[in-house]
Design a protein around this ligand. Structure first.
Ligand SMILES: NC(=O)c1ccc[n+]([C@@H]2O[C@H](COP(=O)([O-])OP(=O)(O)OC[C@H]3O[C@@H](n4cnc5c(N)ncnc54)[C@H](OP(=O)(O)O)[C@@H]3O)[C@@H](O)[C@H]2O)c1
Length: 311
């Protein structure tokens, strides 16, 4: 029997985790050029709650009420619209569906190529929870790496190295052959070591602590949290052209954006995961009914890696 309703996280007002509810909604239908995906896992990112926190920010992203929630997803194609090539029912896929991913079904453009609206084949060897973490954080790390271009001669300082983007940035820089020093709280030191970074605590005195760890100097920096790492890198003599931010602006320094990652960057990250060369840490997973708890954990800004919702 055909299913007519499905679950989706919806908001009837913009605000914090308390406005997130699981509602019954009509099952969406794939139109021309689209595929419908039965979502099995959705990964959370700070942008999920940033863009649904207030009406003005939501409007900048084209959202109106009732709105959905979450962008990164993974699942299985279960309906294919007219004119679609390259996808068939039963294909495992992952990607982005802007602010509508935490739902039993998403409909995306088969030919779409941005984290707002896309499907990519999930490589064998990548489970759905992991695939659901790749679209935004993987592309953003890739875009940041493209700015500073680390190599074997580099010592890279990465700020906020244990977060969702950090787990990708640290490992990509290590794969490129660089030495990585990553900032985190003292409680994150072991986690950063497991990722391949040498831990240093953020906060006052960061430059001195980095000098002690790397007397030979730091040659590049990626600030994934704010501006402290970018300013510290300047203080340590790193040229502006080898510093980038992703979460705040510093005059003269490039701000990397996941939307500007190279075509193919996301599939390359998925291949690295499938090959066992890049591991995604999943800090916690929650059933969809616990979406508020999951969003609160993510918004606390101290997760190690990614938070995932199971559907
Ligand atoms: N430009 C883009 O395209 C783009 C894309 C994705 C994300 N972003 C932005 O980039 C930022 C990072 O995203 P994310 O997904 O990695 O976030 P996240 O997962 O929430 O980051 C959590 C990490 O931040 C660290 N942290 C907390 N306070 C810190 C501080 N004062 N200094 C340095 N690190 C600190 C935490 O380390 P401890 O637990 O050790 O404290 C934790 O590991 C967010 O602001 C997000 O909105 C931008």
């Amino acid at each position: 029997m055909q299913q007519h309703t499905s679950r989706a996280v919806r908001l009837d007002a913009f605000g914090g985790p308390e406005v997130l509810d699981v509602q019954e909604v009509p099952v969406p239908q794939a139109g021309q050029g689209q595929v419908r995906v039965r979502v099995t896992a959705a990964g959370l990112n700070p942008m999920d709650w940033i863009m649904t926190a207030d009406a003005d920010t939501a409007a900048r992203f084209g959202l109106s009420l009732p709105a959905g929630f979450g962008t990164d997803y993974a699942g299985v194609v279960d309906q294919v619209g007219a004119g679609v090539t390259g996808f068939a029912p039963g294909d495992r896929v992952f990607g982005g569906a802007l602010s509508r991913a935490v739902a039993d079904f998403v409909v995306v453009d088969a030919a779409g190529g941005t984290a707002a609206n896309e499907a990519h084949h999930t490589p064998d060897g990548v489970d759905d929870r992991t695939a659901a973490t790749l679209a935004i954080a993987g592309r953003t790390a890739s875009a940041a790496l493209a700015v500073v271009r680390p190599g074997p001669a580099d010592t890279v300082l990465i700020g906020g190295a244990g977060g969702g983007v950090g787990v990708f940035a640290v490992q990509l820089a290590r794969i490129a052959g660089a030495r990585v020093i990553g900032t985190g709280s003292a409680a994150s030191a072991d986690f950063l070591r497991e990722l391949g970074a040498e831990p240093v605590t953020y906060g006052d005195g960061l430059a001195d602590r980095v000098r002690a760890l790397a007397p030979g100097g730091v040659t590049a920096a990626i600030d994934l949290h704010g501006t402290e790492t970018a300013h510290t890198a300047r203080e340590l003599g790193v040229p502006d052209g080898r510093i980038c931010t992703i979460a705040a602006q510093v005059d003269g320094v490039s701000a990397a954006n996941g939307a500007n990652a190279a075509a193919g960057a996301l599939d390359e990250i998925a291949r690295l995961v499938a090959a066992g060369r890049l591991r995604v840490s999943i800090a916690a997973s929650f059933p969809v009914e616990q979406i508020r708890r999951a969003a609160e954990l993510q918004a606390g800004r101290h997760v190690h890696g990614k938070v995932v919702i199971d559907l």
